[in-house]
Design a protein around this ligand. Sequence first.
Ligand code: PGA
Length: 251
Amino acid sequence: MRKKIIAGNWKMNNDISATVNLISEIKKELSGKNVNADAIVCPPFINLETAKALLKDSPVKLGAQNVYFEESGAFTGEISPSMLKSVGCEFVILGHSERRTILGESDQIINKKIKASIKNLLKPIFCVGETLEEREKGVTFKIIERQIRNGLEGISESELENLIVAYEPVWAIGTGKNATPQQAQEVHQFIRGLIAKIYSQNFADQLVIQYGGSVKADNAKELLSQPDIDGALVGGACLKAESFVKIIEAA
Ligand code: PGA
């Protein structure tokens, strides 16, 4: 039985004082509640240390939104996997569609970042998803397959023990238009089947596949009740403690 994992992607939101407020409120909202799912918050880099200190007596885990694939050196503005580890980060979001489209990250760059993360024992949340144009052209599965095969190229099953995949249809991110539970389930099932083909059925069966794209307190339950949806990667709705905790409870 796969455990549900809910991750909050804060994106470029919240300064230090807003970070202190939001984490304190999440802790307050969670206290005394019996939740079965794992929860992760992914604040911007500069708030990670503050977030870690606030989370020290909490089951909520910490993730980053990006990482560079080199260990150290002349890479102005970049952050290495070991730096993330040193502030207590456990997870890292990689291949988010905003990084693919706005920051120009290719499958090959994402592949290097996944490899560097694994090497440093950071757990990747590897995002894949099609654009609206690709969905309308009927090439959704083809795009997802390319992103998965390229993103995981040269990585063995044993190295991917801590992998999480997030299916995030680009047309559903920040638009308020979520995929229907059936549309999401169809792609999740496809991803699990593909992973079974590339690796093994056993590995595919235990892989956590999150859905992301306009997940909210009022649609989380239905999405999360699909057989192959094992959690959510939440953007907008994770910026308010109440809605983020409702999604964790729905899981
Ligand atoms: P959203 O973002 O929940 O605001 O659609 C999800 C994401 O980008 O991870």
